[in-house]
Design a protein around this ligand. Structure first.
Ligand code: PMP
Ligand code: GLU
Length: 387
């Protein structure tokens, strides 16, 4: 298997910073905020109370109940606590779902570009990732494009709204068309909703499973606490699905991890039950950062923003017009070479677009303070203008 490129570039930037280099790290797929106080107290209380043993594999009943309530309240998805399985991050939920659904040779349709881990996990499950190019449709996944990719081996369609790396948010109408297609062709949907709480401007978040009973039966809704509650290190995610899928995912988990950390589960429960005001304040700060990077990058010669991000905390500028002007030297070509150039010449770390499925782009995360982002933009601009 290949290592996760997002994690690898972040680790490289952090190692440089630790060695004393003044790096502006714009790779990070994690909020720079602290975990909210309610969740921190929940974790501490769990430790103090000795709540430190194995939990039921699918999660503690209180947390599964609180998640079912959240799904009804926030997403319009009605399900029983027994339809929830809690995992070590949304990543494990996606892994569990793909392992359970995909047989060798099954095809899994996903948008391209997409998050680096989808094709890798599908391949690990013995499946075949089928990438649907979204560049000609404003980086939006249309039912028409998915329909053109469906074969007799198609098993699952992966959705990710708001999307990593582009930041597009699927509309109600787009999701209704996708839902109709999946119901008609009997395709499962894994809906990765991890960036649900980070939506800006007039975009509105919709969960595909809320669009009717038939599509809900086919959907595995995946979400977690990493992004909304700044809890990346706690490793808390979950999936909601039909009981037999949840049972299979739980069996898999019982053999692999025995379930998620008891302490993190108590912290997640406290996060759901606590004051939600910090979420909105975080969202507003991300929005200001989004506007800064959008404005600065758009003004740089040769940097093209094809899709204005409406959600998550990434922007995916096209930089391929600059490639010809990069001095070749020993550097790689394409997005990897461009990211290396930014690191060497400007000490700004970004993730090359290649592992997301586009060598014409780089991914810039705006999960950094306005000051660091402004500094990063100044540095990128000076490199770009010097080419
Ligand atoms: N889905 C997407 C699109 C992501 O960017 C990430 C990265 N954190 C995840 C899922 C997994 O998140 P976690 O495992 O931290 O819940
Ligand atoms: N999801 C984040 C990212 O895309 C964190 C790293 C990872 O899990 O991929 O950068």
């Amino acid at each position: 298997m290949r290592p996760s490129a997002t994690i690898a570039t972040d680790a490289r930037a952090k190692a440089l910073a630790a060695s004393g280099v003044d790096v502006v790290n714009l790779t990070a797929g994690e909020p720079d905020f602290d975990t909210m106080p309610a969740a921190r107290s929940g974790g501490l209380e769990a430790i103090e109370a000795g709540f430190t043993r194995y939990t039921p594999v699918a999660g503690i009943p209180e947390l599964r109940t609180a998640i079912a309530e959240k799904l009804l309240r926030d997403n319009g998805i009605s399900c029983q606590p027994e339809q929830i399985v809690v995992s070590n991050g949304a990543k494990q939920s996606i892994y569990n779902a793909l392992m359970v659904l995909v047989d060798p040779g099954d095809e899994v349709i996903m948008p391209s570009p997409c998050w680096v881990s989808y094709p890798e996990i599908v391949s690990l499950a013995g499946g075949v990732p089928v990438l649907v190019d979204t560049s000609s449709n404003g980086y939006r996944l249309s039912a028409e494009a998915v329909a053109a990719a469906v074969t007799s081996r198609t098993k699952v369609v992966m959705l990710n709204s708001p999307s990593n790396p582009v930041g597009t948010v699927a509309t109600d109408a787009e999701l209704r068309e996708l839902a109709a297609l999946c119901v008609a062709r009997d395709l499962y949907v894994i809906s990765d909703e991890i960036y649900e709480k980070l939506v800006y401007g007039s975009a509105e978040f919709v969960s595909i499973a809320s669009l009717g009973e038939e599509i809900q039966r086919l959907t595995i809704t995946v979400n977690g606490f990493s992004k909304a509650y700044a809890m990346t290190g706690w490793r808390m995610g979950y999936a909601a699905a039909e009981p037999q899928i949840v049972a299979a995912m739980t069996n898999l988990q019982s053999q692999c991890t025995s379930g998620a950390s008891s302490i993190s589960q108590r912290a997640a429960l406290a996060a759901l039950n606590g004051d939600q005001a910090p979420l909105e304040s975080m969202r507003q700060q991300f929005d200001r950062r989004r506007q800064l990077v959008l404005q600065r990058l758009s003004a740089m010669p040769g940097v093209v923003i094809e899709a204005v991000p409406e959600g998550a905390f990434y922007i995916f500028p096209r930089v391929s017009d600059l490639y010809e002007r990069m001095a070749s030297g020993n550097r790689s070509s394409g997005s990897v070479g461009f990211a290396d150039l930014l690191l060497e010449a400007a000490r700004v770390a970004v993730v090359p677009g290649l592992p997301f499925g586009s060598d014409d782009h780089v991914r810039v995360s705006y999960a950094s303070s306005l000051e660091r982002l402004a500094e990063g933009m100044n540095r990128i601009e000076s490199v770009v203008r010097s080419l």
